[in-house]
Design a protein around this ligand. Structure first.
Ligand SMILES: *[C@@H]1O[C@H](CO)[C@@H](O)[C@H](O)[C@H]1NC(C)=O
Ligand SMILES: *[C@@H]1O[C@H](CO)[C@@H](O)[C@H](O)[C@H]1NC(C)=O
Length: 203
């Protein structure tokens, strides 16, 4: 074998190793791969999102990819239920941070009522989402032509309390993390609403 070929092969081999290492380290991060269903559902969700400017498909995908269950979902209905699980766990975690900050907040400060209301709102959002999941699990599809179950609306109702909390947190020093998290939660509600809108349309 000519020397240049050997050198070239060596370089090629090294490059391949780098690529393979990079690939395996990215799967080590624990992020599930984006399945065809996830990609298609996010595309449809952003098209079917009924309220103004939709979220980005990338945000939708990365939200779904934050939970391993997404990759196991066999259909849109299963994926919708996973997406609500993801939203619930984020609202619960954010609510936990608010509870903790509430314990540290001084009594009689401006901070107290704002955090207290947010705490209640977050709790309500989680409870409401549990109801929505129950409705979706029981929903057989309305073939009778009667009123739709308004599944989309059920999840979308979480938007207003989160948004109200966001207004309270705005301009308050020291709660930037809570504010940022709240904005992300609002985006996740939009993703869920879009996914459910597709489910309602195609059922
Ligand atoms: C998701 O699955 C991957 C690979 O199976 C695993 O390494 C990772 O810990 C899981 N992540 C979660 C949050 O369960
Ligand atoms: C996405 O929308 C297309 C066109 O309406 C539909 O055929 C397809 O089944 C939808 N896919 C999902 C995953 O909802």
């Amino acid at each position: 074998m000519p020397r240049t070929t050997i050198i070239f092969s060596t370089i090629l081999f090294m490059l391949l190793s780098v690529v393979i290492t990079a690939q395996s380290s990215s799967s080590d991060s624990g992020k599930p791969k984006a399945t065809k269903l996830m990609v298609e559902a996010c595309k449809n969700a952003s098209i079917n999102y009924p309220y103004g400017d939709p979220f980005s498909q990338e945000f939708c995908l990365s939200t779904l990819q934050s939970d391993n269950q997404s990759a196991e979902a066999k259909d849109l209905r299963a994926l919708v239920l996973v997406a609500i699980d993801i939203l619930k766990s984020h609202v619960t975690a954010a609510g936990g941070k608010i509870k903790k900050m509430l314990q540290d907040a001084k009594k009689g400060t401006v901070m107290m009522p704002v955090l207290s209301f947010c705490e209640v709102d977050y709790d309500h959002v989680v409870r409401r989402l549990n109801v929505c999941q129950g409705l979706i699990r029981d929903y057989q599809g309305d073939k009778s032509g009667r009123q739709p179950l308004r599944l989309t609306h059920c999840v979308e109702m979480s938007f207003t309390p989160l948004n109200k909390c966001s207004i309270g947190l705005e301009d308050m020093p020291g709660v930037e993390v809570l504010s940022k998290e709240n904005v992300e939660l609002q985006f996740m509600v939009q993703v869920n609403t879009g996914l459910l809108a597709s489910y309602d349309v195609h059922d």
